[in-house]
Design a binder for this molecule. Sequence first.
Ligand SMILES: Nc1ncnc2c1ncn2[C@@H]1O[C@H](COP(=O)(O)OP(=O)(O)O)[C@@H](O)[C@H]1O
Ligand SMILES: [Mg+2]
Length: 278
Amino acid sequence: MTEYSSLLSDAVLRHRARIAEHSARIEAELASKVKSEFIANMSHELKTPLNTVIGFSKLLTQHQERRLPDKEIVEYATLIHDAAGHLLSVINDILDISKLQSGKYVIDSREIDIENILRDCLEEFRHTADAAQVTFAPEIAADLPPIRGDATKLKQIFGNILSNAIKFTPSRGTVTVKALRTANECAAIVVRDSGVGMSLEEIKVAMTPFGQVDGGRSRWREGAGLGLPIAKALVELHGGTVEIHSQQNEGTEVVVTLPGRDSPTASAIGLGIRSPAA
Ligand SMILES: Nc1ncnc2c1ncn2[C@@H]1O[C@H](COP(=O)(O)OP(=O)(O)O)[C@@H](O)[C@H]1O
Ligand SMILES: [Mg+2]
């Protein structure tokens, strides 16, 4: 009997060890898949602008032999400037997400006017929207509650959401930006586009750092897949929430809710903000 139970427990232990080994292998395979996708994507995102910088600056150094016309010099300098700017924004996004994930991110919380922030963002993206032939339709309520938050980070949040709305909406589409006061004294900002949309499964991917829906579709629209996860983490640092409602080919709606200074939610969670001095 003792012999039998010892055999049985050996068998159970061996079985458990096999299961543990199997799941460890699956986890390692998944991690390695995500890692290789990340490396492939990042190397594209970093190498493309760097090659532009190297290639066009080389041409400029050959100005003496080539006698480049002024127009071409300005054109090359503009390409270098834009590529370097893009490179800097990808690097900043990578640094932001790693700081946000480590829980060490702090925001500078002050009383701010959300309407001003939204108008600044709309102004900043007007040119991009015009170039993409996408119409902006702002509907900002006059009675938005005062918010405590970090103006620079809020601009980053709405910038990320607006840039997606424009990027994934074909020409002659519309991006509506609605801001309203909710019944519990929060501010709700709704960015709705008439673009390509996402399924529920795709929304999950989009919210994951470096996640891009359908490589084929995203590849022609550059990006590192960090805009939404950064926006979500920053909104949560303000004590708010991000919800995405979308359907493929029907458009996407991103709803950001931020607790107003006097809203019950804000006092209940102390706004979840640490001031940089703290
Ligand atoms: N408004 C939108 N409409 C359709 N797809 C979107 C929208 N916003 C985001 N996505 C999808 O989610 C992915 C992740 O978005 P994001 O985190 O901003 O990264 P990126 O813009 O760098 O690709 C995008 O690549 C795209 O596939
Ligand atoms: Mg984006």
